[in-house]
Design a protein around this ligand. Structure first.
Ligand code: PFF
Length: 460
């Protein structure tokens, strides 16, 4: 039997696990979820979720991967033959994520170009007299001043709803192809052979983030945003949706319940310590989210002061924050083009190692089960990922990104997390962390039932 690949040193594994965890979720998803659930109010459930579910489950996944030396389905099958489906379910969740994650990366590539000063602009066609979009040099201040209109109409050409997909946007397809090709070349020999590049794509975003935080904090009004970010609003804690969102975000951000951390730790030697590695990974990741919050909320405070409104009135959150609000505010600053380019390069460099970490568990699942060669399976996964991603690259794709993100993160991942904890903690016996994981699971089940009851009440 072929020998299992091995990380060359501990640092390679930590960088890969941290790279998988730190991604769009830290700079795009965390601030908008925190914003949606009352800023400072969100930090409490977030840290509770980190302690009761995040760290224990990360230790559990690292321990499982290292012990079983296999990807998620085979690892669960080794726990109990009839648990294999839990592993496949997690791969199904990660598959849904990589379909749309790469499309958000594609939007970011486009926004790098727009920030540099080249974007679609509505003009009258000379031949027909009809209005049409022409790509030309457009200063960031010009398009970002009307960023919502630009994002929804000029860029995404949104249809009326998710039921109308409309045609495919060629420039999103180019971004999608770049993302998939990049990840193909990055992991064609497996994640353990990536080497130095992984340091590059973990460290570069951090340097950019530091620059953006310093820029944000030196803006007038920054303190207004930070107050919103850091002042807890205890009333929001009564809302079970806040808790569910916090658990969902912890799963998403630590790349839990998706087979990623299991497969990465399956390339560890059996003797390696996992507890310390898990704590370092979790703290590095959540520390990055917390730090990124300073870059985003300081800038929101600046905008609130400049526009004479309160912080929650500055943005609608969601995808708005990265693609509408942030560009608009950036355009109000000196050297707007440089900051815009830096911000979107930050997003793509953050995203790339997360994306490869979504593809690896998927491939490893097939490689373990059917002994297929990496060289054969990788091109198939890349081409299928790209082709299915085209659905999200249509004019109605935006709606589907939002829907799938919400359903997978808030329900799918939490459900798989609960199943994992029960399967390992209960049936297999995970003595040390079982208590905390157990508490996390019970809290989660209660929250999920509350939210489901609330949703049911709304339908009636
Ligand atoms: N943790 C990544 C982020 O926060 O952007 C997202 C992610 C990576 C999701 C790996 C799923 C995954 F398997």
């Amino acid at each position: 039997m072929e020998e299992r690949a091995r990380w060359r040193r501990r640092a390679d594994f930590i960088f890969a696990a941290v790279g998988a965890a730190i991604g769009l979720g830290n700079v795009w998803r965390f601030p908008y979820i925190a914003f949606k659930y009352g800023g400072g109010a969100f930090l409490i459930p977030y840290f509770v979720a980190l302690l009761t579910a995040g760290i224990p489950l990360l230790i559990l996944e690292f321990g499982l991967g290292r012990m079983m030396q296999a990807g998620a389905p085979a690892a669960f099958a080794k726990v109990r033959k009839n648990f294999e489906w839990i592993g496949w379910l997690s791969l199904f969740a990660v598959m849904l994520i990589f379909f749309y994650y790469t499309v958000i990366m594609a939007w970011c590539w486009n926004y790098v170009v727009f920030s540099a000063g080249f974007a679609p602009k509505l003009e009258v066609a000379q031949e027909t007299g009809h209005l049409k979009y022409v790509w030309s040099s457009v200063n960031i201040r010009e398009w970002a001043a009307r960023s919502e209109q630009f994002f929804k109409h000029d860029f995404l050409r949104l249809t009326s709803g998710p039921g109308h997909l409309g045609h495919i946007l060629w420039y999103v397809v180019i971004g999608l192809a770049i993302s998939w090709l990049w990840s193909f070349f990055y992991v064609r020999h497996g994640p353990v052979s990536i080497g130095k590049e992984i340091y590059f794509t973990v460290i570069i975003p951090w340097i950019i983030l530091v620059i953006l935080v310093i820029r944000g904090l030196t803006l007038p009004g920054a303190i207004k945003g930070l107050n919103y970010y850091l002042t807890p609003n205890f009333a929001a804690l009564k809302n079970p949706e806040t808790w569910l969102a916090a658990y969902g975000q912890i799963f998403f951000t630590l790349s839990l319940a998706m087979g990623t951390q299991i497969v990465y730790s399956s390339y560890l030697e059996r003797r390696t310590d996992v507890n310390n590695n898990a704590i370092v990974t979790a703290l590095a990741n959540c520390g990055t989210s917390f730090f990124a919050g300073f870059a985003v909320f300081s800038v929101l405070g600046f905008a609130a002061q400049a526009l004479g409104v309160s912080v929650p009135e500055v943005t609608k959150g969601g995808l708005h924050l990265a693609f509408i609000t942030y560009p608009r505010i950036i355009s109000m600053l000196p050297a707007a083009a440089v900051i815009g380019v830096l911000f979107f390069i930050l997003l793509v460099t953050l995203a790339i190692d997360s994306q490869i970490s979504q593809v690896e568990p998927f491939m490893c699942g097939f490689m373990d089960k059917w002994r297929i060669d990496r060289k054969k399976i990788l091109p198939i996964v890349v081409v299928c990922g790209f082709l299915v991603g085209l659905i999200f690259a249509t004019r109605g794709g935006y709606y589907w990104v939002d829907i799938i993100d919400h359903v997978t993160c808030d329900f799918g991942l939490t459900l798989v997390g609960i199943l994992e904890a029960i399967a390992i903690g209960w049936f297999f016996g995970a003595p040390r962390w079982a208590g905390l994981t157990g508490i996390g699971v019970i809290v989660l089940i209660i929250i999920m039932s509350f939210v489901l009851m609330k949703l049911k009440g709304r339908e009636e």
